[in-house]
Design a protein around this ligand. Structure first.
Ligand code: SF4
Ligand code: SF4
Length: 83
């Protein structure tokens, strides 16, 4: 029996609770963004979308964020905080 899909569904449910457990959320400062797309490249759950017309990234789907901090670490402009 293949249990991987069930495990994945269970893991996804648990991951949704991580930001609440840590009591952390993303605070994005678009005025600092220089559009290097590192956040978009590293986010494991696709919370960021490049806007090539403005060269400023768009943060969407706050509910999907698992508060891993990868985007915060990778942003060279300190445009993202997790607090
Ligand atoms: S903290 Fe992690 S999951 Fe949340 S937006 Fe940044 S990279 Fe994506
Ligand atoms: S990594 Fe920072 S500067 Fe680059 S697109 Fe994301 S928020 Fe903007």
């Amino acid at each position: 029996m293949n249990t991987q899909p069930a495990l994945w569904e269970s893991l996804k449910k648990e991951l949704k609770n991580v930001p609440k457990l840590r009591n952390l959320e993303i605070h994005f400062h678009p005025e600092k963004c220089k559009g290097v797309w590192q956040c978009y490249n590293v986010c494991p759950v696709g919370c960021w979308t490049p806007d090539h017309s403005t060269r400023v990234v768009v943060f969407h789907d706050k509910e999907r964020c698992i508060a891993c901090g990868a985007c915060v670490l990778q942003c060279p402009e300190d445009a993202i905080e997790l607090k």
